[in-house]
Design a protein around this ligand. Sequence first.
Ligand code: ZN
Length: 498
Amino acid sequence: MELNEALAVLEATQRKLYAYNAASSALFLDGDTVAPRDTAEGRGVALGILAGERRRIMTSPELKETLAVLEEHKDELDLPHARQAEELGRSVRQLTRIPAEEYMAYAQLTSEAGSVWKRAKEQSDFQLFRPYLEKLVDYNRKFAGYYDPAKAPYDALLNEYERGVDMAYLDNFFSALREKLVPLIRAVGEKPQPDVGFLHRRYPVERQREFSDYLMQVLDLDRAHCGIGETEHPFTMNFNSRDVRITTHYYENDLASSMYSVIHEGGHARYELDVDPAWDYTVLAGGVSMGVHESQSRFYENIIGRSRPFIEAIYPKVQAFFPEQLGDVTAEQFWRAVNKAEPSLIRTEADELTYSLHVMVRYEIEKALIGGTLAVKDVPETWNRLYKEYLGVDVPDDAHGCLQDSHWSGGSFGYFPSYALGSAYGAQMLANMEKDMDVWGPVARGDLSHVTAWLAEKVHKYGGLLTPAQVVQNACGVFDPVYYTDYLTKKYTELYGL
Ligand code: ZN
């Protein structure tokens, strides 16, 4: 095979994979949003066939030969083609390195584990889930050896989620957080809490939908290219750089829930829409990693969305949407309420200040489980002890403790740290942004275009052209968690008058 021919196969293969992914995504989105209740079966059949076809393409001898030819001519390729070949090769290896029988058995296990976990959580019964978790841990320790036998097992798993991140990096990161945040959270805990009652007045869902439209305008999300739907758990899905969907969930008695979901998912969408369209229909399309993606969503949600200048800018409009509910509430009160910080039990409901400590508990436990120094039977006790130590809260039962997240039941070990890393990356990006320009003047007028332009230039446009580490380097410089702890210290010192 000649190089030219290999490049043609590379392009055609990526377009085909795009088509299969787009079809699967459309089915998934339909199932989660508007499909009638009892229609999952047929979609399941279609999704299974699409997945099989994708696997067939990825493991075809033609693609294997193509990738070998491209590897041979590595030095002659331009950066986009070199990166496409590298990423595609990586996915192919990922698909083929686990022996087929083990892969099938594992797929069966995660499917069963998912429903057992749900039941165990409902009944708050860890013993029910325990044998499954034991098997899941064993499998993942074994898979880690397939991924990269030279690495410690947990390092190999971490690398699957956020390339280049390992335990040395995270130990340093989390110990910096623990040292600064544990005392900060204690200090906040001794201060009186702001009134949040007005956030829980009755906010009609229809009005909240209109409010979401307004928030999307503020984020400059072009509605001709970005749709919004409603699902149990909010998410963002990208088809390509001109077709992105976000979802939210409305609660009649909770204004902040959907408001900040829309801004969070809007941040993910902003990233996807700003990726250079040149990478559409290739493996370089879309955000580069989960950690970098979270850095963007949390930037809009917390750093901008929960800032005083932003709230002061949009508050007259917020009041105009909800005059009966917020007529007697000032912008200052609103700002304090949406920034209320309090140690709690549930990660997904945690505030900006305490969030990363929830992640740290999971990190410590995963590290010990995969490292073989913690037995599955001791997970609940360890979980409860760490929650007491880091957050100062007593865990009443496993449903509010180690059974709360679905990740482990799906076989995801090493996924959680990305959530905390993303927040820290964002804080360092802010510090660099502030060196480059006046960030807060325009934000105080409700104008985010300069913020978006900076992020588009430093992060978004690359898609997968750069590796996650290169994107972080590009926007943050040398990563240092001190920017994050300084940011939180400054913010909560002002909020709580420490
Ligand atoms: Zn997110």
